[in-house]
Design a protein around this ligand. Structure first.
Ligand SMILES: Cc1ncc(COP(=O)(O)O)c(C=O)c1O
Ligand SMILES: N[C@@H](CCOP(=O)(O)O)C(=O)O
Length: 458
């Protein structure tokens, strides 16, 4: 399997190289040249999650890992997810199901990919003896998942930038309390898009990139997306492999893009519905064809407070029929505020994705409604998903809403909605007692470079 950049000017790589590279050297994102079809769909129901993961992921990894290495990595990764089913499906109402993706160690869907790629990185780095510096940008969940997965791993330093004052207290403490010396939490002045832009600046400085062995674990990294494909198959299998709609709370577009790969591989996915909060640039872009960056408005679903949605570039690449020059041009225009999607590409995108947005009040109302109807307490991101899903449910077609985080990560929003603060699970019971370790950094690439050079242990 070969991987090409969305901007067409970077070397073609194999899976391991693409995983260790993160962002392509031309600033683009890696994608497989072709999407493999999967067989044996009818046998998937009842298989352990790890077995489905192996069958789905294997075609993407090519010769990069042996069968034993990949199976071992999958078993260790998903051994850390508490629930027996790993990603259980719970019925909310007739025809509406919740795919619970928050049973991992940091209580968000990010654990599914991050736990696995940490295992794969470790195998690859042990083999090569290479040392790397991971830098990540987070609106709260990617950072905590990355720190949990990579803390203490030899040959790896992890620097995570989060927007100062714009993540929940639980999310912040998940990033600032681990005491592993290879982990560095950085509170950046600005919002998530600033953190992600500085991350790309670091990757695009090739001298710095090579000096520190820069690697990325955001969903710009293709390996992240691959791991997120699996649960579309397990959910569809639980529903008897009938044509099914999926609604996905969306920010950086990685999770829903994984859904489109699942569909291209053969999963019976009918509609993929992009659910946004008030930061609704993706909904506006799909509705009007204009991708115009506005101000980020802080919301009660802060992990989705994103305007520059990195994986949308992958969706655009497909929609433009693999025209890398056109994508490079659009990404240039993005730097000055946005771009217009061509009519042909817009039509192609609309064949892939439907969209909806909900307000803050509607999100709160949805947490209340679902609690009253089912007893389940949703996190605000999952509530955005459930509210948009309800706008799109059609008779006779099962709807699956991805529940992307545990409500205990966002106690203030949940309390506002239903007057209770969901307790943290036992393994996090001491989170508020531990000392925090965090560095304040300006939104400035040179300040970041100096800090990384000074702190890295490699
Ligand atoms: C809890 C939660 N839900 C939804 C999302 C959106 O996912 P994506 O960025 O893959 O679109 C995020 C952030 O990525 C998140 O942390
Ligand atoms: N919501 C995310 C933003 C980064 O997403 P990623 O999937 O590209 O890593 C977060 O929690 O950090």
């Amino acid at each position: 399997m070969r991987y090409v950049s969305t901007r067409g000017q970077a070397p073609v790589l194999d899976f391991e190289q693409a995983m260790l590279s993160g962002l392509a050297r031309d600033g683009g994102l890696y994608l497989p040249e072709t999407v493999p079809a999967i067989s044996g769909l009818d046998e998937m129901d009842g298989l352990p999650y790890a077995e489905v993961a192996y069958r789905v992921i294997r075609p993407f990894t090519g010769d990069s890992f042996t069968e034993d290495e990949l199976r071992g990595a999958i078993d260790r990764a998903y051994g850390r997810i508490e629930h027996a089913a790993k990603a259980p499906l719970r019925q909310l109402a007739p025809g509406h199901h919740l795919l619970e993706l928050f049973h991992g160690p940091t209580l968000a869907f990010k654990d599914f990919a991050m736990q696995l790629i940490a295992q794969l990185f470790e195998i690859a780095l042990k083999r090569s003896g290479q040392r790397i510096t991971i830098v990540g940008a987070t609106s709260g969940d990617t950072g905590s998942a990355a720190i949990e997965a990579f803390k203490g791993i030899d040959n790896v330093d992890v620097f995570i930038m989060f927007p100062h004052g714009r993540v929940s207290e639980v999310q912040r403490r998940q990033m600032t309390t681990p005491d592993a010396s290879n982990v560095h939490a950085l509170a950046v002045t600005g919002h998530f898009d600033d953190c992600q832009a500085r991350l790309k600046d670091l990757f695009n400085d090739h001298q710095f990139r090579d000096q520190v062995g820069l690697a990325g674990v955001n969903s710009i990294n293709w390996a992240r997306v691959v791991a997120q494909i699996v649960y579309y198959f397990t959910a569809a299998a639980s529903l008897g492999m009938r044509p099914t709609d999926f609604t996905v709370p969306t920010g950086n577009f990685g999770d829903i893009f994984a859904g489109s790969i699942a569909r291209a591989m053969g999963a019976p996915i009918r509609r993929l519905i992009v659910a946004t909060n008030q930061n609704d640039i993706l909904h506006r872009a799909l509705t009007t064809g204009e991708y115009r960056i506005g101000e980020v408005a802080p919301s009660i679903s802060p992990s989705m407070d994103i305007q520059v949605s990195s994986n949308f570039e992958r969706a655009l690449y497909w929609a433009y029929g693999g025209d890398a020059a056109a994508i490079a041009q659009l990404m240039d225009e993005m730097k000055t505020g946005g771009f217009t999607i061509s009519q042909g590409a817009l039509q192609a995108l609309r064949e892939q994705y439907v969209s909806g947005r909900v307000s803050e009040e509607e999100t709160i109302q949805m947490i209340r409604t679902i609690r009253a109807e089912t007893g389940e307490v949703l996190c605000p991101h999952s509530a955005v998903g459930a509210a948009v899903a309800r706008q799109h449910i059609q008779p006779g077609v099962p709807m699956v809403t991805l529940a992307t985080a545990h409500p205990a990560k966002f106690p203030d929003a949940v309390e506002k909605a239903v007057g209770l603060r969901p307790p943290l699970p036992p393994h996090m019971a001491d989170l508020f007692d531990l000392p925090e370790r965090v560095s304040r950094v300006e939104n400035d690439v040179d300040a970041l470079k100096s800090l990384i050079l000074e702190r890295r242990t490699n």
